[in-house]
Structures are given as C-alpha cells and as structure tokens.
Design a protein around this ligand. Structure first.
Ligand SMILES: [Zn+2]
Length: 402
C-alpha cells in the first residue's frame, strides 16, 4: 500500500477542530445529555470521558491549543489522541475518521505512523483560594453530619477520643452552608487548591440520594443558580471573578492531607481512597511523625504528577485499597514505577469479617473492630489490655470506678 502523503495528514490535522471532534463523540450538553460538551467562556467542558467523573470542571477543552486536558485523571492530548483513547481507534484509523469528517480523501491509503502530537494546553496560573475561606467553614462544625458521627458515633478509646478535635483541625475539615462536609485540598506548599464537598447521613455514610450531594469548591465558584431554568449555569460573567475566573486560572486537584507533608518530614505516606477514611485512620492511629494518612479521592487520581511531591522527597508510600479494588490498585501501583511504593491489603483481607461487606475499606474494618471491642470492666481486663501497667496497678491497689 502506498504511504499517505504527509501533506494530506497535515491538511487533516489542520482542518480538525478539537471541540468539533469531541462534540461529535460526546454530543452537546443538554437536559438529556449531562455528559455532553458545553461551551464556557472561551473554552468547553464536559464530564471527563476517561474517568468516573461526577461533576463538571475537571475536563477542559481548549480550542486555542486544539487540545483537551483532565485535571483529575491527567488525560490529555489533541484530536488524534482523543479518537485513539475514546473511540479506541488505531492511529491510521483516527486519521481516516478525521479525513471523512473533514471531507479529505484518504480512503484505501496506508497512513504513515510518524506523528508529532499537538502542543500541550497553554499554561495558565494555577488557582489558589484564600485561606480565610477555609477558616470560615471550620468555625462551626456542630451541624455537620459526618463530624457529629465521628464525635459521637464511634467507640473511640480514651487516647483516640482526645485526638478527634485535633485531627479535624489538622486536616482542615469544614462545613458548607448547604450541608456539605468540605475536605479542603491544600498542597505541599500550603496553598489552598480546592475542596471536595460531600453530603453525609447521620450514620456517617455518604448521602448519595440528597440533591447536589457532591461537588468541588472551584466548580461551585464558577457557577450561578439559574432560577428560571432551575439549573446551574457556568457562563461568564463568573459569580466570583476576583476569586476564580476559569478562563484565566487552572484548577489543581491534590491529595487530601498533602499540606501536612513538610511538617512531618520522615513519615511514611499511607494513601487511601476516601477522605473520610484518611481522617478516621489518623484519629485511630495518630502519630503523624511516623505515618501520615492521605486520601487520593479515587484510583484514577493517582498519577505520577500528583505523586511528585512525595517522590521528590523519597517518601515511602503505602497504598490501602478498598476490598473491591485490590486488583486494580495492584496494577496502578506497578504503573507508577516507584520502588518505595507498595500496597498493603492486610486490613481488608486478614482483618476483614463478613459483616464488613465486599466494598469495605480499611476504616470500615477498623471502626467495626473498635465498636465491637468490649469496654474494660474489671481490673483483670485492664491488666491484660495494658500489661505494662500491671505492676503499678498492683502496687497502688487501683480499682475501677463504678
Ligand atoms: Zn479524567
């Protein structure tokens, strides 16, 4: 087969517009197509088709750079990469697909494989939110469902209980006026990047039935409530242009707990999926000097880029997958090519019991063990639980206060 003339490929790539290609694959955004492409200012966005995306704001399409980028999972590229990744086409077939769409004849011609990708998205400053905004949400947690459950719904032991308030403060857990628990994301240099907003029920589980149960702070800051159409819109002018203008700043998603990195310089990083788990494990085990719990927010959020601050410091990293994600996390761990990164499934395999269920994460298992543990009711119990204290108990003839 004759090789297709490079000039024809160039002509096709010249004609192809990223927003038109993606629109053809995803459709346009509308009431019946929440996953479609939507114009916002000078750019477009959509729910990311490359990860399990729950709210718009991460996947951005740049007509100017003729490329796309997802700020959550890291997917990026130009028209050809999109077709290869999304439509699962080979490079020659992607060229043919484009030839057809733009009426440039490439039928029955072999396509040369050499291809230089389009340039990366134009760099924009990274969004940084003001710290007072974080502090305001931390001021009163008394009506927060998750916080109330953590304070009152778990049988913490004496030492753990004393750590509850400290950890809520250390991790900057906040409460939003619409009932969301806010997990602020502050990066390794102390800059507030965004916050994850989630609604919880009084029993400490996610309230996925609630309206508007999940969002990101940066996404909310660019949206208006359109009372007439009864939906969120995100066209300019943006409601808080002095805080966030999506046409001028790029969001950045980091790990929950990343800001603690430089304060605890020798700690092993223990990485879990959910923010709630990281927080509960920090309360249960404490000691940031040795072990620092962080949450990635989902497997697709673990990227080499996002691990960079940890890798640069040569940190030991241990991943703790949920019980139903062990195999996928093992694959991911290998893909990271970092020899100080390992995976520990002990809590969800060895400590696991039927009642934890197949979706159990490490926190579920630990909380179940805490809640099932019997209180120490006799001096004999105490001596077994804390053998180092036994001689002192005998010497002082201590009794349990009834
Ligand atoms: Zn994505």
């Amino acid at each position: 087969m004759p090789k297709i003339d490079k000039q024809i490929i160039d002509k096709i790539l010249e004609a192809a517009k990223i927003e038109e290609v993606i629109q053809e694959c995803l459709g346009s955004y509308g009431p019946n197509n929440r996953a479609g492409l939507k114009k916002t200012g000078i750019r477009y966005k959509a729910l990311c088709p490359f990860h399990d995306d729950k709210s718009m704001g991460s996947f951005i399409v740049y007509p100017k750079g003729n490329c796309y980028k997802c700020f959550s999972c890291g997917a990026k590229g130009g028209v050809v990469e999109f077709l290869m990744e999304h439509e699962k086409l080979s490079y020659p077939d992607a060229i043919r697909w484009l030839g057809k769409k733009y009426n440039i004849d490439v039928d029955n011609v072999d396509v040369d494989w050499t291809y230089t990708p389009k340039p990366a998205p134009p760099p924009m400053p990274t969004l940084e939110l003001p710290m007072p905004m974080v502090k305001r949400t931390q001021a009163d947690l008394s009506t927060d469902n998750l916080v109330t459950w953590i304070r009152k719904g778990i049988h913490w032991d004496y030492v753990q209980r004393a750590r509850v308030e400290q950890m809520l403060t250390d991790y900057h857990v906040g409460h939003g006026k619409n009932g969301h628990t806010i997990f602020w994301q502050i990066d390794e240099s102390g800059k507030v990047r965004t916050g994850k907003m989630m609604k919880y029920r009084a029993d400490g589980h996610r309230d996925k039935q609630a309206s508007w149960s999940f969002d990101f702070i940066h996404s909310v800051l660019s949206k208006h409530w359109d009372a007439e159409r009864h939906e969120w819109t995100d066209e300019p002018p943006y409601p808080y242009p002095d805080i966030y203008n999506p046409d001028k700043e790029e969001p950045h998603i980091t790990f929950f707990g990343m800001h603690l990195l430089n304060k605890y310089r020798h700690a092993t990083i223990k990485l879990v999926e959910s923010e709630k788990t990281a927080l509960l494990m920090a309360i249960a085990y404490g000691n940031h000097d040795q072990q620092l719990w962080m949450a990635c927010g989902g497997l697709e959020m673990i990227t080499r880029d996002r691990l960079k601050p940890l890798i640069d410091q040569g940190r030991q990293i241990i991943l703790y997958p949920d019980r139903d994600g062990i195999d996928k996390w093992k694959i991911k761990a290998e893909q990271m090519h970092y020899d100080r990164l390992s995976i520990d499934t002990t809590p969800v395999t060895d400590w696991w019991s039927e009642e934890d269920g197949d979706k159990a994460d490490i926190a579920d298992v630990v909380i179940r063990m805490l809640n099932n543990s019997k209180p120490l009711t006799s001096i004999a119990d105490v001596k077994v639980a804390i053998p180092q204290a036994a001689p002192l108990i005998d010497k002082l003839n201590l009794q349990i206060e009834k």
